[in-house]
Structure formats: C-alpha cells, structure tokens
Write a protein that binds this ligand. Structure first.
Ligand code: C2E
Ligand code: MG
Ligand code: MG
Length: 395
C-alpha cells in the first residue's frame, strides 16, 4: 500500500502518527539502556501502518521534516515523563534533508530546552546513505549538533557502500551496525571477520556500537564476543507503545547491575583489561612485523628523551632506539635487535631475545631498561611477528 503526501499530512493533523520505542539493551547485562523512537501510523480502526509504507513518500518532499520534528517532540515528551526515574536516552531518526535545514542545532536546542532535558539524552540518528555526496555539509552539521551537547549516531552502517574514509572523519558518538550484516547464525567466517573489524575500528575511534536487528542467540553471543555495546532487536523487544516502554524502564532501573566482573566481561573487554595490567607492568609494548619491516607501539610513556613515532619502519625504530642508549650500549643494542639478525634467530628456533641496556630518560638520567622480544605466530599470515615488552629495571 502506498499513501500520498496528502493522506500522510492529514494523518499527522489527526494525531494518527505516534512514536513507538524499541529498547536498546546493554549487551553484557541485558538491561535496558536507551531506546530508538520509530514512527507508526495508527489508523482510527486500529490498523498500524509501518513506516516502510509512508516514509519513502514523505521523503520525496519536506513533509519528512515535519514528521521528524514531530517525532523529536514526542521523544522529548517521553523523556520528560521519565523525569522521576533515571532517564534513558532516546534516539530519533532524521532524514538527510535536515542537513540543509538552517539552524538545525539551534532549533533542536530550543525544543529540548522547552522540556528542560539534559542534551546528551537526545540522540540524532542519520543514516549512512545520507553521507554520499554531502560529506562536507554533513560534517559541519554533525559538529554543530555535538557542539550543542547532543549525541549523534550513524544509522544503518554497512547497509550501503560505506566509506571508511568518511567514517574516520565523522565525529559521531555511536555507530549502529545494520542488520543486513548479520546472518541468522553468524556462521560465515568471512562475515564474522568483517563484523569483528567494524567493532574494532569503531571502538578505536571511540564510538559506541549498537547492533540492530538482532534476533537469535547465536547472533547475540557473537556480538558479545565482539564487545558490541548495545543490542537492539527482536531477541529482546520489538518497538512498543510509549506506556509499555515507560513501564519497562521502571522495571529495569530497579534491577541491580551485576557486579561480578568475570561474569560481566566479554572476551574482548577482558583482553582490554588484561592490556591495562600489562601496560602497568611494561610501560612500552611494541608490535613488529619483521617480514614487512613495520612496527606499532601500544603504549609509550616518555621512555626516552627524543620522541619516537608510534608507528613506522622497524629499522628506523632501532636506529632511533640506538641513539637514546648509553654510548657503551649502542652497538650491542643495534646488533641484538637488527632485523635480519632477529629473522635468523626466529629461523633457528629461538623463542625470545632479551637485553639489558642503559637508556636516557626525559630527565637526562640513564636508567637500566630490559627489552624482551617474543616471537609469536599470527593466525592470519606467515609473517614473523615480534612482541616487545620494555621494562624499567630498579637502580
Ligand atoms: P531504522 O532507523 O534502521 O530502524 C530500525 C528498524 O529495524 C525498525 O523498523 C525496527 O522495527 C527494525 N528492527 C528492529 N529490530 C529488528 C529485528 O530484530 N528484526 C527485524 N527484522 N527488524 C528489526 P521500522 O520501525 O519499520 O522502521 C524502518 C525505518 O523507517 C527505520 O529504520 C528508519 O529508517 C525509518 N523511520 C522510522 N521512523 C522514522 C522517523 O521518525 N523519521 C525518519 N526520517 N525515518 C524513520
Ligand atoms: Mg534508526
Ligand atoms: Mg538502522
């Protein structure tokens, strides 16, 4: 069934459009943390029309902007009703047409302020496809919304031709991963690799992640292992009327968060915690691909006087390291960690290479440093990989 713009406008006038809310759950604790507002057209006879039947028509004209602002106000009213409880953020969909709307952030500020709501509770969703061809405008638009204190989410990530280049530049807070990336059981290895990579880069870009359209326990288990932050999907709840959502919030706010850290941690976040402990013990950790002559530093705590790039060519790293050593240690340092020599060590079955040298610190004082290279095997290639742990020794 396809409706005309006039029919949709009339429905809005008659108050037949209303907001349903689909809760978003913490992937580890399974507690409600937020919700997305989704428009529904409820006809006088009770029939519920899904947005797929009228949003595309509305999007052909500025009518969509009226609908979105109407939904934004509904979300504010719902947030306002949560006044007496801990308020869970609500995200609202905005069509790409708003990117060209004058003073969007100001208008949103005025609306949200009318209800006296903290701005971070209001999340603006814009779909990934809105980015195509509008890059620069969209960036300014997002920056203005975030500067006004609101949260911004990229919706439907992975549904179209996502540009990683652009995601890198977009200062959004949340990445919503589209359901089209999830198969029923996540049984396909390639699919899992792609998803894992998306979560890894999102988190490294300091974005929170929401997986959409999660329906099965297999999907949920896999997403937990990827450290996905929130889950939105039928496995937990379908979009529901406001009243139902508010009672759900009430129910969930009184549930105590589980505190058993081992139960709470997904494998990926457990690894992050483990890394924290490793960094405390070893202030500098370096990953090197000897075959490709590259390195990447995981932590760098002013180990030496001359600052060193955190990634680059391994040979240069050793050359740099050499000049920070005590003159008497320079030759042994350079020859021990010379790349070809390390490759020989590896080929001769050596598992680790260790050396203590004196290295100059920021304060100009030489300190004893122990450098240990561990040869490790990568699951993904035959390249020779080394993990270097550097430790300051007591005087
Ligand atoms: P969306 O923003 O990506 O919203 C998520 C859609 O996925 C919703 O469909 C939701 O009901 C559906 N969904 C959630 N969990 C599952 C699941 O486990 N399985 C399946 N199969 N589907 C799930 P809905 O409500 O039909 O909305 C469709 C689209 O219409 C939305 O996609 C959004 O792009 C658009 N839309 C909805 N409300 C508005 C609005 O107020 N303004 C604008 N501009 N667009 C809206
Ligand atoms: Mg959405
Ligand atoms: Mg979506």
């Amino acid at each position: 069934m396809k409706y005309t713009a006039e029919e949709i406008r009339a429905a809005m006038k008659n108050g037949e459009l209303c907001a349903f809310y689909q809760p978003q759950y913490d992937s580890i604790t399974s507690l409600v943390k937020s919700a997305e507002a989704l428009v529904r057209w409820i006809k006088p006879d009770g029939e519920i029309v899904s947005p797929a039947h009228f949003i595309p028509v509305a999007e052909e004209t500025d009518l969509i902007m009226e609908i979105d602002w109407y939904m934004a106000e509904q979300a504010c009213k719902t947030l306002y009703k949560q006044n007496m409880m801990p308020q869970f953020p609500i995200s609202v969909n905005f069509s790409r047409r708003h990117i060209r709307e004058d003073n969007f952030a100001k208008k949103l500020t005025e609306l949200v302020d009318q209800y006296d709501l903290p701005h971070p509770l209001f999340e603006v969703e814009i779909t990934e496809s809105a980015m195509v061809g509008e890059e620069e405008k969209l960036l300014d638009w997002i920056v203005s919304i975030r500067n006004a204190g609101f949260t911004v989410a990229i919706d439907d990530f992975g549904s179209g031709l996502s540009s990683l280049q652009f995601v890198k530049d977009v200062p959004a807070d949340v990445l919503k991963i589209d359901k089209s990336l999830l198969s029923h059981n996540c049984e396909n290895e390639k699919e899992r690799i792609v998803l894992e990579s998306i979560f890894t880069f999102a988190h490294r870009l300091h974005m929170k992640t929401v997986a959409e359209g999660v329906e099965t326990r297999e999907q949920l288990a896999f997403l937990r292992s990827c450290d996905c932050n929130k889950i939105q999907g039928y496995i937990f709840a379908r979009p529901m009327p406001e009243e139902e959502y508010l009672s759900l919030c009430q129910l969930h706010q009184s549930v105590e968060e589980p505190t058993d850290i081992l139960k709470l941690q997904s494998p990926a976040s457990a690894i992050n915690l483990l890394m924290e402990a490793v960094f405390r013990r070893y202030p500098l950790v370096i990953f090197t691909n000897l075959t490709k002559n590259t390195f990447y530093m995981m932590a760098y705590q002013n180990f030496s006087r001359t600052s060193c790039p955190s990634t680059g060519v391994f040979d240069d790293l050793i050359a740099h390291g050499k000049i920070t050593m005590h003159p008497d240690d320079q030759e042994i340092f350079a020859s021990t960690f010379e790349r070809k020599k390390l490759i020989n060590d590896y080929n001769n079955g050596i598992k680790e290479v260790r050396l203590v040298t004196r290295q100059m610190g920021d304060d100009g004082i030489y300190r004893r440093v122990e450098t240990t290279d561990y040869f490790v095997k990568s699951n993904y290639s035959n390249d020779i990989i080394v993990i270097t742990l550097c430790d300051n020794l007591p005087e």
